[in-house]
Design a protein around this ligand. Structure first.
Ligand code: ADP
Ligand code: ASP
Ligand code: MG
Length: 404
């Protein structure tokens, strides 16, 4: 007998019809003789709709109350799914995060899971019950509801796989697995059979929404293999696993993109030690994440321009912070641009294949796509470009690196 985590994302439970379909998948897996713990997301669009409501009440909606509100979407779907399973003649029961409990830290809206109590659920599944657990949520030591960041049901699934020591962790979604790039913007994508935790972490951090980055990191830390697969076909999906099980035939495994990037340039700061720290310290202290950074020095070596990227939604706040520090920073002017995208190629195979960088730049140049900033790591290269060229860039890179 195997113990399985089956996680169903929002698109898999987006309608009553789909919930009934999911209940049938669960029934089948149960009849194969498995112990089943289900993790469920809110019906698709629900978390966005709740977020929208909060913003109509206040732009500064209390963060702890926001978690109470957002977690409600998963309460609805887990009850609908449990009842649907019961209707098929099986024994099922829903658990909210606080009932399990899934204990998290107090970092509301992006909490980390600390521990999960297993006894009650183990008893239930060992007597043939199907446990349906609301994803995305937990409870803090202040006895308040927390959430795990957008897409956080993936993290719930991985954490449950760890604490329940399950034989597999299956992420059911609306696509057949992880593809060479987002199938919604390119029709020549290929399914990746196996991908390493490291590459998947880069893919999702750089925009591939199919897995939440924090969940991939958690899986990597505890070596919990993940199977990403479709709710709507029975085909095998993608295995996310440790690097030792993968041989890299290609230099690039996948391409990811993220829109909503903004770029700020501070022109004419005095070029002396400590300036970059003075620029970024107040930004960091305001919890704004800086992504790419470029500094170039004037010919006479006296002044420098510092350019960096942030998320579009942080642009106003960032500009205000810099303007407030104008006297200290002593710059000439600030410029900004807020309709930018970051396109990235990812692949552990690039470590062993020289020339990937120039091929990427040449292929973009041939399409007349201007590169505004570049950042690299061992297994990825990212470029910043105009947002409206995103799809064109992804398509040309997909072809250049032999992924079509
Ligand atoms: P769920 O509701 O199951 O959590 P998500 O919407 O969070 O599903 O993630 C699935 C979506 O991720 C797909 O519909 C697809 O458009 C998007 N996606 C982005 N990049 C990729 C990729 N490389 N492979 C597969 N899907 C991707
Ligand atoms: N419902 C949450 C969200 O939309 C969590 C999830 O779907 O994984 O972000
Ligand atoms: Mg998701």
């Amino acid at each position: 007998m195997k113990r399985l985590i089956l996680k169903f994302g929002g698109t898999s439970v987006g309608t009553i019809e789909k919930i009934k379909k999911v209940a049938n998948i669960i029934k089948k897996r149960h009849q194969e003789g498995n112990e089943i713990i289900v993790v469920v997301s809110a019906m698709s669009g629900e978390t966005d709709a709740l977020t929208e409501k909060s913003s109509l009440i206040s732009k500064n909606f209390d963060s702890k109350e926001l978690d109470v509100l957002l977690a409600s979407g998963e309460q609805v779907s887990s009850s609908l799914l449990s009842a649907s399973i019961i209707d098929l003649g099986l024994q099922a029961r829903s658990w909210m995060g606080w009932q399990v409990p899934i204990v998290t830290d107090n970092n509301y809206s992006s909490s980390q899971i600390i521990k999960i109590k297993t006894k009650e659920i183990l008893n239930f599944i060992s007597s043939k019950g199907i446990a349906v657990i609301a994803g995305f949520q937990g409870i803090s030591n202040e006895n308040r509801i927390t959430t795990l960041g957008r897409g956080g049901s993936d993290l719930s699934a991985v954490a449950l796989a760890k604490f329940f020591d399950t034989d597999s962790c299956e992420i059911y979604t609306d696509v057949e697995g992880v593809f060479t790039t987002d199938p919604s913007i390119h029709n020549k994508v290929k399914k990746i059979e196996k991908i390493s935790y490291e590459e998947m972490l880069e893919m999702s951090s750089l925009g591939a929404k199919v897995m939440q980055p924090q969940s991939v990191q958690a899986a990597m830390m505890d070596d919990i293999p993940i199977h990403v697969r479709s709710t709507f076909t029975e085909k095998t999906g993608t295995k996310i696993t440790s690097e030792s099980e993968i041989d890299y035939k290609k230099s690039v495994t996948g391409i990811a993109y993220s829109k909503n990037n903004a770029k700020v340039s501070i022109v004419g700061v005095i070029d002396k030690p400590g300036v970059a720290a003075d620029v970024f310290e107040p930004i960091g202290k305001n919890n704004i994440n800086v992504d790419m950074v470029i500094q170039n020095t004037s010919l006479d070596g006296k002044t420098a321009n510092i350019t960096f990227t942030i998320r579009q939604e942080d642009l106003r706040k960032t500009l205000n912070i810099i303007e407030k520090n104008k006297e200290k920073l002593n710059y000439n002017k600030i410029t900004h641009d807020d309709k930018l995208a970051k396109v990235s190629i990812i692949g552990a195979g690039m470590i062993a294949s020289p020339g990937v960088t120039y091929k990427m730049f040449r292929s973009l140049a041939n399409e007349k796509i201007n590169i505004l900033a570049i950042s690299t790591s061992e297994i990825k290269i990212s470029v910043l470009i105009n947002e409206n060229l995103t799809q064109k860039a992804v398509k040309t890179l997909h072809k250049t690196f032999d992924l079509n």
